[in-house]
Design a protein around this ligand. Sequence first.
Ligand SMILES: C[S@@+](CC[C@H](N)C(=O)[O-])C[C@H]1O[C@@H](n2cnc3c(N)ncnc32)[C@H](O)[C@@H]1O
Ligand code: SF4
Length: 404
Amino acid sequence: MPDGEPAPRDGSLPAAALRSLGERPFGVYVHVPFCATRCGYCDFNTYTPGELGTSASPQSWLEGLRRELDLAATVLGSVPRAETVFVGGGTPSLLGAQGLADVLAAVRDAFGLARGAEVTTEANPESTSPEFFAGLLEAGYTRVSLGMQSAVPHVLRVLDRVHTPGRPLAAAREALDAGFEHVNVDLIYGTPGERPEDLRASLEAVGEVIADGVDHVSAYALIVEDGTAMARKVRSGVIPAPDDDVLAGYYEMVDDYLTGCGFSWYEVSNWARSADAECRHNLGYWLGGDWWGAGPGAHSHVGGVRWWNVKHPARYAERLRAGDSPAAGRELLTDEDRYLERVMLELRLARGLPRDALDDAGRRAAEDAVRDGLLEPGEWAAGKAVLTRRGRLLADGVVRRLAG
Ligand SMILES: C[S@@+](CC[C@H](N)C(=O)[O-])C[C@H]1O[C@@H](n2cnc3c(N)ncnc32)[C@H](O)[C@@H]1O
Ligand code: SF4
């Protein structure tokens, strides 16, 4: 969690932050902090039933969520309609279609949805079914994001990922058959022990559902997060750490395969069939939009103020029951913070970072990066910094060079 100042108990925001509300896209993120089991690589703010005991439940969470959304409507005053909603986790699909319908109803009650709003939920293939997808569609969801990670049993085992063989592909097809136009699958590459032929098999599995209509793929290099079961295994030598050169080669495999399927990258780790298939909610984060993140541990950003909620579901529900904001801390972004953030996020997008957004030192560094083959020369000449594929492999380093 970032350092910051304490957040006010009533959740209020400085008038300056509210002034430009509505000028940027407004999104709502809802964090569902429940999982059936914990995958060994994952450090998201999520809890298994054993970890929670009787301290919190989906019911106490939903009551808290409703209270937080009411608070949000009061704090924001003239309430912007949500152009995007993203229910993430954790495992939102554990709530079932009715639970997720209740979540969306709570968002609608507080903010209303803009016409044509994008409404996504993440889902773990194991807790989905044809009825589940039909129920989501009926409730107003427009997009589903499925955690597949790999199609190869020995890779899934290293990830501590429990999947019935074939279930992720079946879930993607069920979502499409129910009528979802926008379906994403998440992949993880570079798991220790994953061979090129394993990644190839996962990509070919994804290719099958792309042929059926899946229109978006997110592929992430495995990160060994501190404090996870996987980090302990790496430290004790039970499994090796992912190798940077292997990860770079695997990124190229993913990019080649998805490009061959007619997809284009639009963010370093995200590919889509067309502009219409891009995730508008995530674009909102990357383009400096405003969003209210509701739920335990959720982060929000409105007009240069960033805040984050208490992480534990029991503390979250208690705070709201007492009539207080669940925010644990906040940060007022300085111009320098905003500059750094803009370079960091927009440079990762295929649409690129406008040259005018860079200061003099940044522009000089970009000229060097063009010479080093990290930025596209034609795009730079046309006024934008756009990563080449080599640049995408070294994106963090390019950001450091440009942001100084
Ligand atoms: C928090 S999960 C939510 C989806 C759902 N719980 C599931 O796992 O099916 C979102 C995505 O983050 C990615 N992810 C989580 N931890 C990661 C890690 N340590 N390294 C790389 N990707 C990770 C996975 O691809 C996962 O699907
Ligand atoms: S990867 Fe998904 S299912 Fe696994 S622990 Fe994390 S949030 Fe839960």
